[in-house]
Design a protein around this ligand. Sequence first.
Ligand code: BTN
Length: 332
Amino acid sequence: MSLKQSILQILEENRETSISGQQLAKRFSVSRAAVWKAINALKTEGYQIDSVTNKGYRLAEDCDILSAEGILPFLKLEYKDTDLYVSKTVESTNQEAKKYSAKKTKQRILIVANEQTLGKGRFGRTFFSPENSGIYMSIILPLNIEAINAVLITTAAAVAVCRAIQSVANVQPQIKWVNDIFLEGKKICGILTEAFTNVESGIVESVVVGIGVNFKTKPEQFPDEIKETAASLFSGKAPSVTRNHLIAEMTNQLLEICGDLNDRQFLEEYKARSMVLGEKIQFFRNNSWHIAKVLDIDPNGGLIIEDEQGKIQTLNSGEISIQWIKTEEKER
Ligand code: BTN
């Protein structure tokens, strides 16, 4: 790690307190001039660093630049060995992640970008990914699990994201099956899980979990197609946390749940946060929409429904797009 990176990490770890040039020089056994040069280099990169006379340096409260040095301090000790790659712009972090997965790495990897030019959503849709305002991240989990458990990862990821958002922002996000995260009736986050399966053994060798959060995107920034349905976690108010912190918290929560997928307790939380349980929905299959009532979530994360003919069936996430029918529409 260079001196500049080491200083950045110290500043990220100590956002609440100022650190003097002398303390930094002593800590890294360098001259104060070297510290000053590193601080100036960080400022040139866009970091807002406040210098207070007789106190020292600290990052400005609203300084929200993505970096490995900013994520690392918030990762739990047992996950600090995750490889972190932070980029300004990529086409898609899931696409980047797949390049690493193809190398059959055994290492956990987190890929983060400040902007995506070709962000991917489910069903071949795009995911709106403007610079500086969202979180676009993909985690590669080298798992070696059976395909049935891999399906559960999407469900686990939805719970992990909700837990993380709730813990850092003190709000109560909900889940629209299978993995859209909503706040106050609008979508603030989407998850796209992609798996690498060994065709011969049927074993999933690695899974890429892609998470996109509208963090502080302004309502007027959203394209017309999603203006009515999308919102940001921090809409019209100053974020109470940095994107780096939330990224680390989502990673911690996801790795914790995926550490033991046989423990299905998280499914209870999934149900408690579900927006569609007990609701009337329509689902798209075989080129047409069907109406149904949602009865339950099965132990593999499938949606148990009763269709209009009274037949009970389970919908699995890969094939189906659902919309829930809002109260006023139900009454018509
Ligand atoms: C959806 O809402 O349909 C899923 C959206 C998933 C978006 C995330 S952003 C990070 C990762 N990279 C991508 O290209 N997509 C996922």
